[in-house]
Structures are given as structure tokens and as C-alpha cells.
Design a binder for this molecule. Structure first.
Ligand code: IPM
Ligand code: MN
Length: 351
């Protein structure tokens, strides 16, 4: 098979972790007789520096015409401390999600047997956790009406949802639940927010189309608590953009390191694959960042293109590296650690 993949390394540790995912993907392609054509394109602070725009039109063209997009990370501290900055790297990510129509963000949380004791949570609470948070990605407060009034002394961001936005996300959730343990949890704040009441109403109306799926409704504050108390209570969670943003960072600690969890952002056409972690600027250029979340994102990419064995080979080699202690310093606990590129080389040569 011939694959055209857009390669958006982005900022901070993005280029380093992306390099490892490319190595591993190329090794997989070689093993299975595929040909991958990588097309690099600029995004984030790197794109602002080069062309003044975090998601340039040329980058959009590359992404829109690719079979998939592999993405590193976006963000730079020089913008975080400057509230007056007109152009921010993060806007690139938001624009990309919107222009590519990536409305469903799939963020799994699972544990690795060899890393259970690295988690800040007790073994018995987390062992066997396997859940997916399906976060709505192109609506809600991220894209609602916003602004200032009252001479700049009042600021507002509105959380708006249309029924069709909730429905298409929920449909993915129902379909996903059907393939898993047939449990779906709609997470909202329907005791306070009108948009959440529309979420509940919409999902309730869809229940009859999926009689096999057991649906529950929970408030986001309670879920934030239960996720760390008993994550095994959940299988597929559907939720709004901001709630999903917060809950997925929280859920990512269950596995033991933020550097482990992959994600996909799915639309009607091209999909994007990226690690859940951010650009981690403190580690940029030091060859210490954990590349596994990006490598596992490449596995999700193969799987979505129906290359299931290819995805499994990647997951197996990642498990092997963890079991054999070929890990970056975040997982080494003072023991022997390896550089980002060493881990990538090891994975590629063990494919
Ligand atoms: C994420 C990030 C982004 C978000 C930022 C960088 C805009 O935190 O992908 O979760 O809030 O969606
Ligand atoms: Mn986030």
C-alpha cells in the first residue's frame, strides 16, 4: 500500500518525538511492503517564525490532500507570558481542527503491566483500566462567541452547541461502545448549563437506536473525582470540548507518564494523530522526551487505515521496550535511561 502522510512536527519536543515515530513507521512499512511518502509542513511557533501564521494555507493543502496527518506538539513559552500576543501557536491547532473538520478527539487511557507501579495511583485501583474519552473538538466554548466589553473590564466566552454537533460525536461514541463493552457515559454539567441539557436530550433521543448500549449520564465534577478513584467504572465517555480537555489530562496520569498516551482526531475525511502531551519546552533539544505517545499515535494511524497487524506490531514492540527497560528518564526512576533517539532506534530495529 502507498501512504501519503503529512508530517507536522511543530514546536518544543515535537520534532524529536516525531522523528522516532517516523523511524518506527518506516520500519513497519518495510516489514509489510508498504511505501510511505512523508510530506513535512510547518505549524505552530515554527510556522509563525517562518511565515507569520501558525497554520499556513500551504500546510492546510498538504494536510487536506494526505491520507493522514502525524502531528507532534504545539506551543512556545514566549507566547504564554504575553497576553497581548496577537498570533499564538495554539491558534494553529484550533484552526487546523476546524478547517479539517476534526470533530471527534479519541483519547484512550490504558495501563501497561510493566508500568503499573509508576502510576501515582494504587495498583488495585488502576490495574486493567481501559477507557476512551471521546472529546468533541470543533465546538463549545473553544469556538463560541467571545470578546470584551465594559471598556475591556468584562470578558466573555460562550459555550454553544448545536444538536448536529452533539449527535455526530455521540454516534461515534455509540459505535465505539458497540465494539467494546457496550457502555457509554455522557459527561456534562446538565444541572447548571443549558448546552449540557441539550447534550443529554440529544443522547437520550439516540438511545433507542442503540438498544444494546447501556447509557449513563454523569456530571463532570463527579467524573473528575471518580476517574482517579475508580477509573475501571468507565469504558467510553463522550463529552464537550473543554470538559474533555481537562478530563484527558487528568486521565493521562493513570498510566504513569503523560508521555505514553496517543490520540486521534477524526473528521469526515482526513484524520490526525498526535500524542496527548504538549510541547514540553523545558526538554526541547535535550533528547530526553518520551517518544512512545507519538509512536503509539502512529499505531492508531495504521489501525484506522485498516492496517491492523501493522498497528499490533508497533504496540508489541512498545510493550517489549517497556518490559526490557529501554525507557526515557521519565520512566527510569533513577535507573538507567535512554535518549529519545535511542528509544526510537531500538524500537525500529526490533520491529
Ligand atoms: C490539547 C491542548 C490544546 C487544547 C491547546 C494546545 C489549544 O491542550 O490538545 O488538549 O486545549 O485543545
Ligand atoms: Mn489539553
Amino acid at each position: 500500500m502507498k501512504l501519503n502522510i503529512a508530517l507536522l512536527a511543530g514546536d518544543g519536543i515535537g520534532p524529536e518525538v516525531i522523528d522516532q515515530a517516523v523511524k518506527v513507521s518506516n520500519a513497519v512499512a518495510k516489514k509489510f511492503g508498504h511505501e510511505i511518502n512523508w510530506t513535512p509542513a510547518l505549524t505552530g511557533a515554527a510556522a509563525i517564525d517562518a511565515v507569520g501564521e501558525p497554520y499556513p494555507d500551504e500546510t492546510h493543502e498538504v494536510c487536506a490532500n494526505a491520507d493522514a496527518v502525524l502531528f507532534g506538539a504545539i506551543g512556545h513559552p514566549r507566547f504564554d507570558n504575553d497576553p497581548s500576543a496577537k498570533v499564538r501557536p495554539e491558534q494553529g491547532l484550533l484552526k487546523m481542527r476546524q478547517k479539517l473538520g476534526l470533530f471527534a478527539n479519541v483519547r484512550p487511557t490504558f495501563t501497561f503491566p510493566s508500568l503499573i507501579d509508576k502510576s501515582p495511583l494504587k495498583r488495585e485501583r488502576i490495574e486493567g483500566t481501559d477507557l476512551i474519552i471521546l472529546r468533541e473538538l470543533t465546538g463549545g466554548v473553544y469556538f463560541g462567541e467571545r470578546g470584551r466589553k465594559d471598556n475591556g473590564n468584562t470578558a466573555f466566552d460562550t459555550m454553544t452547541y448545536q444538536r448536529f454537533e452533539i449527535e455526530r460525536l455521540a454516534r461515534k461514541g455509540f459505535e465505539m461502545a458497540l465494539k467494546r463493552s457496550k457502555k457509554l457515559c455522557c459527561v456534562d454539567k446538565a444541572n447548571v448549563l443549558e448546552s449540557s441539557r441539550l447534550w443529554r436530550e440529544t443522547v437520550q433521543n439516540m438511545e433507542k437506536e442503540y438498544p444494546e448500549v447501556e447509557v449513563s449520564y454523569e456530571f463532570v465534577d463527579a467524573v473528575a473525582m471518580r476517574l482517579v478513584q475508580w477509573p475501571k467504572a468507565y469504558d467510553v465517555i463522550i463529552t464537550a470540548n473543554l470538559f474533555g480537555d481537562i478530563l484527558t489530562d487528568e486521565a493521562s496520569v493513570i498510566s504513569g507518564s503523560m508521555g505514553l498516551m496517543p490520540s486521534s482526531s477524526v473528521g469526515s475525511k482526513v484524520s490526525l494523530y498526535e500524542p496527548i502531551h504538549g510541547s514540553y519546552p523545558q526538554a526541547a533539544g535535550k533528547n530526553i522526551a518520551n517518544p512512545l505517545a507519538t509512536v503509539l499515535s502512529a499505531a492508531m494511524l495504521f489501525e484506522d487505515l485498516d492496517l491492523i497487524d501493522e498497528a499490533e506490531v508497533i504496540r508489541a514492540v512498545v510493550n517489549k521496550s517497556l518490559a526490557e527497560g529501554i525507557v526515557t528518564e521519565d520512566l527510569a526512576e533513577g535507573g538507567k535511561s535512554y535518549g529519545t533517539s535511542d528509544v526510537g532506534d531500538w524500537l525500529a530495529s526490533n520491529i
